[in-house]
Design a protein around this ligand. Structure first.
Ligand SMILES: [Fe+2]
Ligand SMILES: [Fe+2]
Length: 340
């Protein structure tokens, strides 16, 4: 064996690594619970391609029903298709900021899951309405209404990406995570409700699995927030109240109906949206009634309120659901943290 080379005066210290730097070369574990959730996420992984797709036959639906189901999944894709990129971005941020290893890994697992959720939108639409959401030519008024509404939704979805990418660097973890937590609360509520309402086995299994993923995401957010919340400043609390209202106006599009004032939509949008949602309901997709949706959403928001109030954070007024709180006016697209 060759001899070691030891310089005179001892080894030279390696240069300092400039920060933020992409990779922390260690695997620090501070929150064992997060590490356990990550292990669970690996064991629970599922493959959207393995859902019983042969049981989803376009011939089992009328044209209106197929259009309605495609429309609902296009609305969902407006949320879910941002999921992978949103959490991939957050994963990179967690590496740059040298968050503990389980935080990095949990973000990665959410990215993985959201890719699966998006794939469910993709596969359902490909099966029932080839070319959807937008790459097809409508041939009557109902189809034109669906195509046009989807175009407007996409326009809105496109407005918040810049805000999000700057928010990731600008906002502290508790602000970001309260928004994430609210998105996961909304998503787990939505899919749990639809899993029990749908009459179709493919959608039943899909919603059940997605709902389970979303509950795990919620658990991840809550665990991270329990670490972060004790250090809150009053400024951060105020910002969180605002973000909660932003989350409500954003997520209502898929959980219920869009509130006035934020979504940039033509005046006929909502009337046609209701017609298309009725066709999706009629197809047995499991879309709850307007009142059931409102009740579900109210219960989910009340759970969020109970959680944040424990930490001295004011809840925003949600007059749309008769929930009292601090009045938050104008929400800008830049305020939206697009999560689901
Ligand atoms: Fe999701
Ligand atoms: Fe999620």
């Amino acid at each position: 064996m060759a001899d070691l080379t030891i310089p005179e005066g001892g080894f030279w210290p390696a240069p300092e690594i400039p920060q933020p730097n992409i990779y922390p070369m260690e695997w620090r574990v501070e929150t064992a619970k997060l590490a356990a959730i990550y292990e669970k996420s690996k064991r629970m992984v599922w493959n959207p391609a393995d859902l019983p797709w042969d049981g989803l036959d376009p011939a089992d639906f009328t044209r209106e029903q197929r259009l309605g189901v495609m429309y609902w999944f296009a609305v969902l894709a407006n949320f879910d298709a941002s999921g992978p990129a949103v959490f991939a971005r957050a994963t990179i941020q967690a590496f740059e900021k040298h968050e503990e290893d389980p935080v990095r890994k949990c973000f990665f697992s959410i990215t993985r899951d959201e890719m699966n959720h998006e794939e469910c939108c993709q596969r359902t639409i490909a099966k029932l309405w080839p070319g959807g959401p937008l790459d097809w030519t409508p041939s009557d008024d109902l189809e034109r209404a669906a195509h046009n509404n989807i175009g407007w939704l996409y326009h809105n979805g496109g407005r918040y990406w810049n805000g999000y990418t700057s928010a990731v660097g600008k906002y502290s973890l508790p602000v970001l995570f309260t928004s994430f937590m609210m998105g996961e609360m909304a998503a787990s509520t939505l899919f749990r409700g639809m899993a029990s309402e749908t009459r179709h086995p493919v959608f039943g299994e899909m919603f059940h699995r997605i709902g389970r993923d979303e509950s795990r995401h919620l658990q991840i957010c809550m665990t991270i927030l329990e670490n972060e919340w004790p250090g809150l400043t009053d400024d951060t609390r105020t910002l969180i109240t605002r973000q909660l209202r932003a989350g409500f106006v954003f997520l209502s599009m898929i959980l219920w109906e869009p509130p006035e004032g934020f979504w940039d939509l033509p005046p006929y949008f909502l009337a046609n949206h209701r017609v298309l949602m009725d066709h999706a309901r009629d197809a047995g997709l499991g879309v709850l009634s307007y009142e059931e949706q409102a009740e579900n959403w109210r219960v989910a928001m009340a759970r969020v309120r109970a959680i944040v109030e424990r930490w001295g954070i004011d809840f925003p007024a949600i007059p749309e659901l008769d929930l009292e709180g601090v009045k938050v006016d104008f929400i800008d697209p830049e305020d939206i943290i697009p999560v689901f």
